[in-house]
Design a protein around this ligand. Structure first.
Ligand SMILES: C[S@@+](CC[C@H](N)C(=O)[O-])C[C@H]1O[C@@H](n2cnc3c(N)ncnc32)[C@H](O)[C@@H]1O
Length: 181
């Protein structure tokens, strides 16, 4: 039985070379904005490694894992599924319903790289557009997570970090967590 509060992101597809930064940014955005887990396909394993390294340094908990069967992730997911697509219904109309459903079950968010098979549209509980304009999976994911958590993710503090940024009006300070104690 999955943890009902879990929010996971499934990155569907990954074109080697071309999608390297995009898949990494999907993972980093998922982690930074409050999701708990990332699934990527084997072609995107480099992104999984980067996300793990960032989690080790800047804190978690956040799990990144490679799956050679996104179909199995979708089939076996015991919770709600939101697929982000420019063809979907407006996020602003459905966010409340999704938050409500997520009170009782885990949520899987699916983002694509290229064309997403129609079976995913059928499997999803909601096909959701963050506008109906073509843009980016990273942008769509960020807006959706912020809507889902109603901004609370911005105040979340990670656990187990070895490094942390000191917020400053000007400057770039990163300190070790021991230094700050
Ligand atoms: C380069 S786009 C591919 C566009 C594709 N025609 C589609 O199905 O949306 C890659 C991914 O970005 C996300 N995306 C792009 N525009 C979006 C939008 N307006 N709303 C939600 N997600 C979007 C989708 O997850 C999509 O699979």
């Amino acid at each position: 039985m999955q943890d009902t509060s879990e929010v996971a992101v499934l990155r569907l597809g990954h074109r080697p070379g071309r999608d390297e930064r995009m898949t990494t940014h999907v993972g980093l955005t998922a982690r930074a904005l409050g999701a708990d887990r990332l699934f990527v396909e084997p072609a995107g394993a480099g992104a999984e490694e980067t996300v793990r390294e960032v989690t080790d340094r800047f804190g978690g908990p956040f799990e990144a894992e490679v799956t050679d069967s996104p179909e199995a992730v979708l089939r076996e997911w015991e919770g709600a599924i939101t697929h982000l697509t420019m063809y979907g219904l407006p996020v602003q109309d459905l966010e409340g319903e999704i938050r409500e459903a997520h009170r009782e079950k885990p949520l899987l968010i699916v983002v694509g790289a290229e064309k997403v098979p129609f079976s995913v549209y059928e499997r999803a509980d909601w096909n959701l557009g963050v506008t109906n304009q073509p843009h980016s999976e990273v942008a769509a994911l960020a807006v959706f997570l912020d809507r889902l958590f109603e901004g609370r993710e911005l105040d979340r503090e990670g656990e187990g970090a070895s490094r942390q940024v000191v917020p400053e009006a000007t400057g770039k300070t990163v300190e070790s967590v021991e230094e700050s104690r």
